[in-house]
Ligand binder design. Structure first.
Ligand code: ZN
Length: 297
Protein backbone atom coordinates (compact mmCIF):
# COMPACT_ATOMS: atom_id res chain seq x y z
CA UNK A 1 0.00 0.00 0.00
CA UNK A 2 1.55 3.31 -1.02
CA UNK A 3 1.42 6.31 1.31
CA UNK A 4 -1.75 8.37 1.29
CA UNK A 5 -4.26 10.21 3.45
CA UNK A 6 -8.03 10.52 3.25
CA UNK A 7 -10.38 12.91 5.04
CA UNK A 8 -14.00 12.16 5.86
CA UNK A 9 -16.88 13.23 8.08
CA UNK A 10 -19.47 11.14 9.85
CA UNK A 11 -22.69 11.19 7.83
CA UNK A 12 -24.49 12.70 10.86
CA UNK A 13 -21.92 15.54 11.03
CA UNK A 14 -20.76 14.69 14.55
CA UNK A 15 -17.04 14.20 13.82
CA UNK A 16 -14.35 14.37 11.17
CA UNK A 17 -11.71 11.75 10.45
CA UNK A 18 -8.31 11.94 8.80
CA UNK A 19 -6.58 8.60 8.22
CA UNK A 20 -3.39 7.69 6.45
CA UNK A 21 -0.58 5.33 5.60
CA UNK A 22 2.94 6.73 6.05
CA UNK A 23 5.07 3.59 5.74
CA UNK A 24 7.30 4.91 2.92
CA UNK A 25 7.77 8.29 4.61
CA UNK A 26 8.84 6.70 7.90
CA UNK A 27 10.98 4.12 6.08
CA UNK A 28 12.85 6.82 4.15
CA UNK A 29 13.35 8.84 7.33
CA UNK A 30 14.62 5.78 9.20
CA UNK A 31 17.16 5.05 6.45
CA UNK A 32 18.37 8.66 6.05
CA UNK A 33 18.87 9.07 9.81
CA UNK A 34 19.87 5.46 10.56
CA UNK A 35 17.31 5.50 13.36
CA UNK A 36 17.19 2.72 15.94
CA UNK A 37 13.81 0.92 16.18
CA UNK A 38 12.75 2.92 19.27
CA UNK A 39 13.76 6.24 17.68
CA UNK A 40 11.93 5.19 14.47
CA UNK A 41 8.78 4.42 16.43
CA UNK A 42 8.89 7.79 18.20
CA UNK A 43 9.76 9.95 15.19
CA UNK A 44 7.51 7.88 12.92
CA UNK A 45 4.51 8.55 15.16
CA UNK A 46 5.26 12.29 15.26
CA UNK A 47 5.74 12.41 11.46
CA UNK A 48 2.49 10.52 10.96
CA UNK A 49 0.60 12.89 13.28
CA UNK A 50 2.07 15.90 11.45
CA UNK A 51 1.19 14.43 8.04
CA UNK A 52 -2.40 13.77 9.15
CA UNK A 53 -2.79 17.33 10.48
CA UNK A 54 -1.17 18.49 7.23
CA UNK A 55 -4.44 17.65 5.46
CA UNK A 56 -5.89 20.80 7.08
CA UNK A 57 -3.20 23.11 5.61
CA UNK A 58 -4.01 25.57 2.86
CA UNK A 59 -1.70 27.06 0.23
CA UNK A 60 1.72 27.87 1.63
CA UNK A 61 0.84 27.25 5.28
CA UNK A 62 3.22 25.10 7.31
CA UNK A 63 2.85 23.06 10.45
CA UNK A 64 5.65 22.05 12.78
CA UNK A 65 5.43 19.69 15.77
CA UNK A 66 8.37 19.84 18.15
CA UNK A 67 8.95 17.82 21.27
CA UNK A 68 11.49 19.10 23.77
CA UNK A 69 12.00 16.51 26.47
CA UNK A 70 14.40 15.03 29.01
CA UNK A 71 14.40 11.37 27.85
CA UNK A 72 17.27 9.72 25.93
CA UNK A 73 15.88 10.97 22.57
CA UNK A 74 16.13 14.58 23.90
CA UNK A 75 13.57 15.79 21.40
CA UNK A 76 11.90 15.31 18.04
CA UNK A 77 10.86 17.59 15.20
CA UNK A 78 8.40 16.96 12.36
CA UNK A 79 7.15 19.50 9.89
CA UNK A 80 4.78 19.46 6.97
CA UNK A 81 3.68 21.66 4.09
CA UNK A 82 1.68 21.14 0.92
CA UNK A 83 3.96 20.32 -2.01
CA UNK A 84 0.90 20.50 -4.29
CA UNK A 85 -2.83 20.92 -3.46
CA UNK A 86 -3.14 17.12 -3.11
CA UNK A 87 0.38 16.31 -1.83
CA UNK A 88 1.60 16.58 1.76
CA UNK A 89 5.37 16.86 2.12
CA UNK A 90 6.85 15.87 5.49
CA UNK A 91 10.29 15.74 7.10
CA UNK A 92 11.65 15.33 10.61
CA UNK A 93 14.47 14.31 12.86
CA UNK A 94 15.24 12.98 16.30
CA UNK A 95 17.89 14.80 18.36
CA UNK A 96 19.41 11.39 19.15
CA UNK A 97 19.11 8.72 16.45
CA UNK A 98 20.49 5.59 18.07
CA UNK A 99 18.59 5.36 21.33
CA UNK A 100 17.45 1.88 22.28
CA UNK A 101 15.94 1.14 25.65
CA UNK A 102 14.27 -2.06 26.91
CA UNK A 103 10.75 -2.88 25.73
CA UNK A 104 7.97 -1.72 28.04
CA UNK A 105 5.80 -3.94 30.23
CA UNK A 106 3.49 -4.67 27.28
CA UNK A 107 6.42 -5.84 25.13
CA UNK A 108 6.30 -2.71 22.94
CA UNK A 109 8.92 -0.08 22.17
CA UNK A 110 9.06 2.20 25.17
CA UNK A 111 8.47 5.42 23.23
CA UNK A 112 7.21 7.21 26.36
CA UNK A 113 10.40 6.27 28.21
CA UNK A 114 12.63 7.30 25.30
CA UNK A 115 10.85 10.66 24.97
CA UNK A 116 10.60 11.37 28.70
CA UNK A 117 8.96 14.41 30.24
CA UNK A 118 8.67 17.71 28.42
CA UNK A 119 6.53 19.77 26.10
CA UNK A 120 4.91 19.56 22.69
CA UNK A 121 5.22 22.80 20.73
CA UNK A 122 2.98 23.29 17.73
CA UNK A 123 3.69 26.07 15.26
CA UNK A 124 1.38 26.83 12.38
CA UNK A 125 2.71 29.42 9.93
CA UNK A 126 0.26 31.14 7.64
CA UNK A 127 0.83 32.80 4.30
CA UNK A 128 0.51 36.21 5.98
CA UNK A 129 0.52 37.32 9.60
CA UNK A 130 1.98 35.95 12.79
CA UNK A 131 2.39 32.20 13.21
CA UNK A 132 0.17 30.44 15.74
CA UNK A 133 2.17 28.78 18.53
CA UNK A 134 0.66 26.35 21.04
CA UNK A 135 2.46 24.52 23.86
CA UNK A 136 1.20 21.69 26.06
CA UNK A 137 3.03 19.52 28.59
CA UNK A 138 3.50 15.92 27.41
CA UNK A 139 0.97 13.49 28.88
CA UNK A 140 2.89 10.24 28.39
CA UNK A 141 5.48 10.88 25.67
CA UNK A 142 3.71 8.19 23.59
CA UNK A 143 2.99 10.92 20.98
CA UNK A 144 -0.60 9.92 20.09
CA UNK A 145 -1.92 10.82 23.54
CA UNK A 146 0.18 13.98 23.56
CA UNK A 147 -1.22 15.12 20.24
CA UNK A 148 -4.76 14.35 21.42
CA UNK A 149 -4.14 16.45 24.54
CA UNK A 150 -2.87 19.33 22.42
CA UNK A 151 -5.91 19.21 20.11
CA UNK A 152 -8.34 18.90 23.02
CA UNK A 153 -6.79 21.50 25.35
CA UNK A 154 -5.08 24.03 23.15
CA UNK A 155 -7.39 23.81 20.15
CA UNK A 156 -10.53 23.07 22.19
CA UNK A 157 -11.40 20.27 19.77
CA UNK A 158 -12.00 16.99 21.60
CA UNK A 159 -9.98 14.46 19.60
CA UNK A 160 -8.97 10.82 19.47
CA UNK A 161 -5.56 10.00 18.01
CA UNK A 162 -4.19 6.56 17.08
CA UNK A 163 -0.67 6.44 15.62
CA UNK A 164 1.37 3.34 14.92
CA UNK A 165 4.79 2.38 13.62
CA UNK A 166 5.89 -1.23 13.17
CA UNK A 167 9.67 -1.04 13.46
CA UNK A 168 12.12 -3.89 13.66
CA UNK A 169 15.89 -4.24 13.30
CA UNK A 170 15.53 -4.79 9.54
CA UNK A 171 13.48 -1.63 8.98
CA UNK A 172 9.96 -0.23 8.97
CA UNK A 173 7.17 -2.74 8.39
CA UNK A 174 4.21 -0.37 8.54
CA UNK A 175 3.26 3.11 9.70
CA UNK A 176 0.05 5.09 9.77
CA UNK A 177 -2.62 6.63 11.90
CA UNK A 178 -6.09 8.03 12.39
CA UNK A 179 -7.27 11.26 14.02
CA UNK A 180 -10.96 11.79 14.75
CA UNK A 181 -12.20 15.20 15.90
CA UNK A 182 -15.56 16.22 17.29
CA UNK A 183 -17.25 18.79 15.05
CA UNK A 184 -18.90 21.95 16.44
CA UNK A 185 -22.49 21.40 17.57
CA UNK A 186 -22.04 17.63 18.00
CA UNK A 187 -23.72 15.82 20.86
CA UNK A 188 -21.69 15.77 24.10
CA UNK A 189 -21.56 12.00 24.03
CA UNK A 190 -19.56 12.05 20.77
CA UNK A 191 -16.14 12.10 22.47
CA UNK A 192 -16.96 9.13 24.66
CA UNK A 193 -18.31 7.29 21.61
CA UNK A 194 -15.13 8.02 19.63
CA UNK A 195 -12.97 6.84 22.53
CA UNK A 196 -14.94 3.59 22.68
CA UNK A 197 -14.60 3.12 18.92
CA UNK A 198 -10.84 3.78 19.05
CA UNK A 199 -10.42 1.31 21.91
CA UNK A 200 -12.36 -1.35 19.96
CA UNK A 201 -10.32 -0.82 16.77
CA UNK A 202 -7.46 -3.27 16.05
CA UNK A 203 -3.98 -1.63 16.21
CA UNK A 204 -3.29 0.57 13.18
CA UNK A 205 -0.09 -1.30 12.27
CA UNK A 206 -1.87 -4.68 12.39
CA UNK A 207 -4.52 -3.31 10.01
CA UNK A 208 -1.89 -1.96 7.60
CA UNK A 209 0.12 -5.18 7.74
CA UNK A 210 -3.12 -6.99 6.80
CA UNK A 211 -3.49 -4.77 3.73
CA UNK A 212 -5.67 -1.89 4.95
CA UNK A 213 -5.42 1.44 3.12
CA UNK A 214 -6.35 4.91 4.42
CA UNK A 215 -10.07 4.39 3.75
CA UNK A 216 -10.12 1.08 5.60
CA UNK A 217 -8.41 2.74 8.60
CA UNK A 218 -11.06 5.47 8.65
CA UNK A 219 -13.88 2.93 8.34
CA UNK A 220 -12.37 0.76 11.09
CA UNK A 221 -12.47 3.67 13.53
CA UNK A 222 -15.99 4.73 12.51
CA UNK A 223 -17.33 1.22 13.14
CA UNK A 224 -21.03 1.09 12.25
CA UNK A 225 -21.25 4.83 11.62
CA UNK A 226 -21.42 5.74 7.93
CA UNK A 227 -18.72 8.11 6.59
CA UNK A 228 -18.69 10.64 3.78
CA UNK A 229 -15.21 10.77 2.20
CA UNK A 230 -14.02 14.24 1.23
CA UNK A 231 -10.34 14.60 0.36
CA UNK A 232 -7.43 12.45 -0.78
CA UNK A 233 -3.73 13.28 -0.49
CA UNK A 234 -0.41 11.76 -1.41
CA UNK A 235 2.30 11.84 1.27
CA UNK A 236 5.95 12.33 0.32
CA UNK A 237 9.25 12.91 2.06
CA UNK A 238 10.20 16.50 1.20
CA UNK A 239 12.97 18.74 2.50
CA UNK A 240 13.19 22.47 1.91
CA UNK A 241 16.93 22.81 2.40
CA UNK A 242 19.03 24.39 -0.34
CA UNK A 243 22.53 25.69 -0.89
CA UNK A 244 21.18 29.21 -0.57
CA UNK A 245 19.70 28.47 2.88
CA UNK A 246 22.99 26.97 4.03
CA UNK A 247 24.77 30.15 2.90
CA UNK A 248 22.28 32.32 4.79
CA UNK A 249 22.85 30.19 7.91
CA UNK A 250 26.63 30.54 7.55
CA UNK A 251 26.34 34.30 7.07
CA UNK A 252 24.35 34.29 10.31
CA UNK A 253 27.48 33.08 12.14
CA UNK A 254 28.97 36.54 11.64
CA UNK A 255 32.18 37.86 10.11
CA UNK A 256 34.59 36.84 12.88
CA UNK A 257 33.40 33.25 12.93
CA UNK A 258 33.58 33.00 9.13
CA UNK A 259 37.13 34.42 9.11
CA UNK A 260 38.11 31.77 11.63
CA UNK A 261 36.60 29.09 9.38
CA UNK A 262 38.53 30.40 6.36
CA UNK A 263 41.77 30.43 8.36
CA UNK A 264 41.33 26.94 9.76
CA UNK A 265 39.52 24.89 7.13
CA UNK A 266 40.24 24.28 3.44
CA UNK A 267 36.53 23.59 3.01
CA UNK A 268 33.38 23.86 5.11
CA UNK A 269 30.76 21.20 5.38
CA UNK A 270 27.15 21.62 6.49
CA UNK A 271 24.70 18.75 6.82
CA UNK A 272 20.92 19.31 6.72
CA UNK A 273 19.49 17.96 9.98
CA UNK A 274 16.22 16.99 8.26
CA UNK A 275 17.42 15.10 5.17
CA UNK A 276 21.15 14.60 5.87
CA UNK A 277 22.15 16.18 2.56
CA UNK A 278 25.78 17.41 2.68
CA UNK A 279 26.71 20.85 1.43
CA UNK A 280 30.40 21.56 0.92
CA UNK A 281 31.74 25.09 0.49
CA UNK A 282 35.29 25.80 -0.63
CA UNK A 283 37.47 28.35 1.13
CA UNK A 284 36.87 30.77 -1.78
CA UNK A 285 33.12 30.36 -1.39
CA UNK A 286 33.26 31.14 2.34
CA UNK A 287 35.43 34.20 1.55
CA UNK A 288 32.71 35.22 -0.87
CA UNK A 289 30.15 35.02 1.96
CA UNK A 290 32.34 37.33 4.06
CA UNK A 291 32.39 39.79 1.15
CA UNK A 292 28.60 39.64 0.92
CA UNK A 293 28.37 40.26 4.67
CA UNK A 294 30.75 43.23 4.48
CA UNK A 295 28.94 44.71 1.50
CA UNK A 296 25.78 44.80 3.64
CA UNK A 297 27.30 46.70 6.54
ZN1 ZN B 1 17.41 18.93 3.83
Amino acid sequence: MSDGIVTATAADGSFSIVAGITTSLVRETQIRHELSPTASAALGRLLTGAALLGASLKGRERLSLQIASDGPLRGLVADVALEAPDTIGARGYSRRSHVDIPLNARGKFDVGGAVGRGYLHVTRSFEVGQPYVGVVPLVSGEIGEDLAAYLSQSQQIPSVVALGVLANPSGIGAAGGVIAQVLPGADESTVARLEELAAAMPPVTAQIAAGAGPRELALALAGELPLRFIGEYRVVFACRCSRERVEVALIGLGRDELRKIVAEQPQTEAVCEFCKKRYVLSRAEVENLIERLEARS
